[in-house]
Design a protein around this ligand. Structure first.
Ligand code: NAI
Length: 258
């Protein structure tokens, strides 16, 4: 038996994390920093971003924050170029930022909800990927991880813009895995179940417990760091043969029939 020669380290690699000011993006930025990656933290929430950047700096790790609204196509390109110039390249892109707006299909607010949701959750992913691609092509360990959802595999009523976007994220992931595979760029996505983040903060604790007991095999919400570890796994040099996957990190939600 020979011992593994595949690296389980992201030390020194440059990672761009969108939505890094809160929840899973914050946990991902902090986890990658603790593993030695150089972190470009991006978010529209300037104050939250500054807090996360300060936390990472206080731990003595290399990080810089960029305030960016992902609905702004020109800004995505400009910021991605700035990140690559600042760090001398870009190896890994984590498309994590998100919003959730619920509306019935015949609701008055449906059209703006649809436009905004598709823009932030799906169109922005294509733009960050297009902006990052020239740099990923120069990398020894090029990785793209998109954060989809269990809503990419199933559906919840009144969530059709979100559900359509997340199904789209899985489709985008699979298509680009095929397209970019010959270049050695892996493209995967994660389908988180219920996670304690800013997005789910307003759901009362008793509703969270009831939902988790009824639907989740592990009978609980997860902490954002538990999802960040899935993302990290996709980014390891040792994970170079994993591509096109849609990995549930959902406590068994999607496989539980009863
Ligand atoms: P969160 O609300 O804690 O964090 C989302 C971050 O995205 C925020 O910091 C926000 O400022 C940022 N963001 C939103 N719009 C933006 C824009 N236009 N430009 C730049 N940044 C923007 O939410 P959470 O839960 O950490 O969400 C992360 C991802 O996980 C999202 O894609 C979400 O859809 C997905 N997800 C969340 C689940 C949950 O239970 N919390 C379950 C499944 C998927």
């Amino acid at each position: 038996m020979s011992l593994s020669e595949l690296s389980r380290s992201v030390d020194g690699y440059v990672v761009l994390v969108t939505g890094a000011a809160s929840g899973m993006g914050e946990a991902t930025a902090k986890l990658f920093a603790s593993e030695g990656a150089r972190v470009a933290a991006v978010d529209v929430n300037e104050e939250g971003l500054q807090r996360v950047v300060s936390d990472i700096e206080a731990a003595g790790k290399p990080v810089r924050g960029w305030t960016l609204d992902l609905t702004d196509a020109d800004a995505i390109k400009r910021v991605t170029d700035e990140i690559a110039a600042h760090f001398g390249g870009l190896d890994m892109l984590i498309n994590n930022a998100g919003i959730s707006i619920f509306s019935p299909i015949d609701g008055e607010e449906y059209e703006p909800a649809w436009d905004m949701t598709l823009n932030v959750l799906l169109t922005a992913h294509t733009r960050t990927i297009r902006a990052a691609l020239p740099y990923l092509r120069q990398s020894k360990n090029p990785r793209i991880v998109n954060i989809a959802s269990t809503e990419g595999l199933g559906a919840t009523k009144f969530g059709s813009p979100y559900t359509a976007a997340k199904h789209g994220v899985i489709g985008l992931t699979r298509s680009l895995a095929v397209e970019l595979g010959p270049e050695g760029i892996t493209v995967n996505c994660i389908c988180p179940g219920p996670i304690r983040t800013g997005m789910t903060e307003a759901i009362p604790e008793d509703q969270k417990q009831t939902y988790a007991h009824r639907r989740v095999a592990l009978k609980r919400y997860a902490e954002p760091e538990e999802v960040a570890h899935g993302t990290l796994n996709f980014c390891l040099p040792a994970s170079g043969f994993m591509t096109g996957a849609a990995l549930p990190v959902d406590g068994g939600l999607t496989i539980k029939n009863a």
